[in-house]
Design a protein. Structure first.
Ligand code: S3P
Length: 458
């Protein structure tokens, strides 16, 4: 593989300017680790901050999204010490946090606006938490986040008594929140969203009576698992989660597993690159997140999941993948939900599969960091892969084992998962693929390009 190193900054955390990923000359091989889980890292900071006593996070993801959450709690008076991590998942992008929890009512009013930057998780989870604090706060974000829908979280919070105002009647950031005493509700979520569920559970931690949230389909359950570990009064019964304000939270140790959504880029990269055999260690295999394994297996991918271990309530395992002859398949909404963030890289797997892949029920992808259906449709067209966007998905005509020409430029649109998907496609492009604004990968995977360089033997 040929990464244009003159365009890569010397630190692994900053990659300024366009990057060109050239065709792989060797397979992706050896053993590697994925960066710590983004969703778990957010929740660890939130719960650690409002718990009594100290919370140690061994292997916190230093991505820009997680730093937005961390900075928000610093603004609210929480002391958080950060140092190098010794976690098994330890890489340059992981750190150890010592969070000195202030207790449920110990947060102080932020003097300035909270900036969530690109992070939807920070925004939606904090909107739930801030609605119940006895102070005023304002939250905003970057241009991408300011376009993303907030009514999904604002509407149920208003039913709980929250006072939230914002552009488009609370539909868009900035949101201003006058914290209130909330009351518990029973809420049937119209869309499957772990961010909405988690926001309501955080509000429910403060609400009078019970808060019951019912999901239309099971989304990632990291919040429920961690709330249990911190001692919350929470019960999960299938798609229903119930929480009260009865118990106080107690600080504990959190050990985020490797993020399967980040590992997915290397998994697909190895499958589509000849002579690959790559092991990614300590990957989180929470069943609400393993859709990518099922989808790649359905496409004929060679995936071997090792022995399961436990990282403070989250299952982990090594995932080994080898070069595979992928074939086109139909993927429906139920199959995609546990791989919701993997849509862009699944499109790349489909691009190098034999035959047609149809993805349906992916409407939510239109309101992520970018309209990911459109972004991937354009990306595939630019690299010469025929495809058709549908309202809620995409149809991709795979190139099979053929190499694509490349020599093209892809605008990442500032979306980390689009940038990394383009990079992986570059491994199969005769003249490489150049990515604009590649450093947005730092949102979830600082050091991505450097790690890709290492596993491809350069
Ligand atoms: C997340 C939930 C998902 C996911 C996002 C992280 C979370 O978003 O796409 O990257 O940590 O709760 P939705 O809740 O919008 O589906």
């Amino acid at each position: 593989m040929n990464i244009n190193t003159t365009m890569i900054a010397t630190t692994t955390k900053e990659t300024k300017g366009p990057v060109t990923i050239g065709k792989a000359t060797k397979g992706l091989s050896g053993a590697t680790v994925a960066p710590p889980d983004k969703s778990v890292s957010h929740r660890a900071v939130i719960l650690g901050s409002i718990a009594e006593g100290a919370t140690k996070v061994e292997g916190f993801l230093e991505g820009t999204d997680n730093m937005s959450t961390l900075n928000a709690f610093k603004q609210m008076g929480v002391a958080i010490d950060r140092s190098g991590s010794t976690a098994l998942t330890s890489t340059t992008m992981a750190s150890r946090l010592m969070i000195h929890g202030v207790g449920a009512l110990g947060l102080s009013e932020p003097e300035d606006i909270i900036n969530a930057n690109n992070s939807g998780t920070t925004t939606r989870l904090l909107t739930g938490l801030l609605s119940a604090q006895p102070f005023f706060s304002v939250i905003t974000g970057d241009a991408s986040l300011r376009r993303r829908p907030m009514r999904r979280v604002v509407d149920p919070l208003r039913l709980m008594g929250a006072r939230i105002t914002g552009r488009m009647d609370g539909g868009l950031l900035p949101l201003s929140i006058e914290g209130q005493r909330l009351k518990g509700i029973e809420y049937k979520m119209p869309i499957a969203s772990a961010q909405v569920k988690s926001a309501l559970l955080l509000a429910g931690l403060y609400a009078e009576g019970e808060t019951i949230v019912e999901e239309p389909a099971k989304t990632r359950d990291h919040a429920e698992r961690m709330l249990m570990a911190f001692g919350a009064d929470i019960k999960v019964d299938g798609l229903r989660v119930r929480i009260t304000s009865k118990n106080k939270l107690n600080g504990c140790e959190v050990n985020p597993p490797g993020d399967i959504s980040s590992a997915a880029f290397f998994m697909v990269g190895a499958m589509i690159t000849p002579r690959s055999d790559l092991l990614t260690m300590f990957v989180g295999i929470n069943p609400t997140r393993t859709g990518i394994i099922q989808i790649l297996k359905k496409m004929g991918g060679v995936v071997i999941v090792g022995k399961e271990d436990d990282f403070t309530g989250e299952p982990v395992a090594g995932i080994r993948v080898k070069t595979s002859s992928l074939r086109g398949v139909d993927i429906n909404a139920a199959e995609l939900l546990p791989a919701i963030d993997e849509f862009p890289i699944i499109c790349i797997a489909a691009a190098f599969a034999e035959g047609t892949t149809r993805i349906r029920g992916a409407g939510e992808l239109r309101v992520k960091e970018s309209d990911r259906i459109k972004a991937m449709g354009n990306l595939l067209t630019t690299i010469g892969i025929s495809n058709k966007e549908t309202d809620d998905g995409i149809v991709v005509e795979g190139a099979g084992s053929k190499t694509i020409k490349g020599g093209v430029v892809i605008d990442s649109l500032g979306d980390h998962r689009i940038a990394m998907s383009a990079a992986i496609a570059g491994l199969r492009a005769e003249n490489g693929i150049t990515i604009l604004d590649p450093e947005c990968a730092n949102v979830s995977f600082p050091g991505f390009y450097e790690q890709l360089r290492k596993i491809s033997g350069r």
